[in-house]
Write a protein that binds this ligand. Structure first.
Ligand SMILES: NC(=O)c1ccc[n+]([C@@H]2O[C@H](COP(=O)([O-])OP(=O)(O)OC[C@H]3O[C@@H](n4cnc5c(N)ncnc54)[C@H](O)[C@@H]3O)[C@@H](O)[C@H]2O)c1
Length: 327
């Protein structure tokens, strides 16, 4: 195991992906410090790291943290994430996802903290204009959530020009799975993500799972998404962090496996993994959803030598199922 005593600020580290990132950083020998307001995250998901409960947009708190610790980088996972909710309550999303990021980045550069890793999303692309999306695909988000991610990307680039901020913008497709040792799980409240909802249904917590639309122009009419194991996502962050600290070269990468699965295929895979039958009902399409989102992730593979360790959908579902029962 490599050792590295650098401190990294993980904002949103009590959430699903951030808490996995903390474990990953500890394994790699870093010292993660978590800042999270626990609006969506869980105190007990922060394993073996300091947790500061507070707002990512609290300038005074950030200044205090930056003077206490010498952070080599900030990873910013904290945002609201529900596409449908963002359509209904855009102000909530622009406030938390955009205003907070402006304050955070501004304080970072004032305090001389220059390395920033941002959780962006495939939602910045909008409706695909070709099959697997490269990073150069036009950015035309169709939901307020996607627009918050796009806006923060633009803000980051402006701070790079004005203040020499170094950045890695990572555009995740659909994070899935859980720590293979089942110490953590995906536990959003309320849950809007397909795999946990399907598994909760398999476990008898819901009578059925709602499929949001079955008239999309896809193989079976249901939406197609590219699922990426949360551990692989975290590994990509570590590679990006190393490259950023070493080369100070800004980067934008898609993170996905390049394979799309329809909602129906996910339900069938979950039935195979759990051995349970899963009742489905067809509901209306969700506002802000596009038919197909699949990544071309060849750039991150080529430049950072990232290789997903768990690319299989069934493995992701197995890990999520195990974590649901053990974590
Ligand atoms: N989960 C996915 O599939 C996915 C896909 C694409 C992008 N992303 C992005 O990845 C990031 C993490 O997603 P997640 O699934 O782990 O979400 P999550 O809701 O589980 O975690 C977000 C965490 O941020 C915290 N938080 C939110 N606003 C905050 C604020 N103002 N101050 C302090 N803490 C705050 C929450 O309490 C929570 O712990 C998000 O930015 C999301 O947009 C996620």
């Amino acid at each position: 195991m490599r050792t590295n005593s650098q401190s990294i600020l993980i904002i949103g580290g009590a959430g699903y992906i951030g808490s996995h990132m903390v474990l990953n950083m500890l394994r790699a020998g870093y010292r993660p410090v978590v800042l999270d307001n626990l609006s969506k995250g869980h105190r007990d998901a922060v394993l073996n790291a300091e947790l500061i409960v507070g707002e990512a947009g609290d300038a005074a708190l950030l200044k205090q943290l930056f003077s206490k610790h010498q952070f080599a980088a900030v990873m910013h996972f904290a945002s609201f994430i529900d596409v449908g909710e963002s359509v209904k309550f855009p102000a909530k999303y622009y406030q938390n996802n955009v205003s907070t990021a402006i304050t955070l980045i501004n304080v970072m550069v004032q305090c001389g903290v220059k390395n920033f890793i941002f959780s962006s999303s495939a939602a910045v692309y909008g409706e695909p204009q070709y099959k697997t999306m490269t990073e150069s695909h036009p950015l035309a988000p169709v939901s307020p959530y996607g627009r918050t991610k796009w806006m923060v990307e633009e803000i980051i680039k402006d701070f790079a020009r004005s203040d020499g901020l170094n950045f890695a913008i990572l555009r995740y497709f659909n994070a899935a799975g859980a720590d293979p040792e089942a110490r953590l799980c995906e536990c959003h409240e309320p849950e809007s993500h397909l795999i946990p909802l399907v598994l909760q249904t398999a476990a008898g917590q819901h009578p059925n799972v709602t499929i949001h639309g079955n008239q999309y122009p896809t193989v079976d009419g249901t939406c197609i998404r590219d699922y990426i194991h949360v551990v692989d996502l975290c590994n990509a962050h570590l590679l990006a962090l190393n490259a950023l600290v070493k080369n100070k070269k800004n980067m934008i990468y898609n993170l996905g496996t390049g394979h799309g699965y329809s909602v129906m295929q996910v339900v069938h895979a979950a039935q195979r993994v759990t051995g349970k039958s899963i009742n489905k009902i067809i509901g209306p399409p969700r506002l802000g959803d596009v038919a197909v989102l699949v990544a071309d992730a060849s750039l991150v593979k080529q430049e950072l030598h990232w290789l997903p360790k768990y690319p299989g959908l069934e493995t992701m579902i197995q890990h999520a199922w195990k974590a649901m029962h053990l974590s």
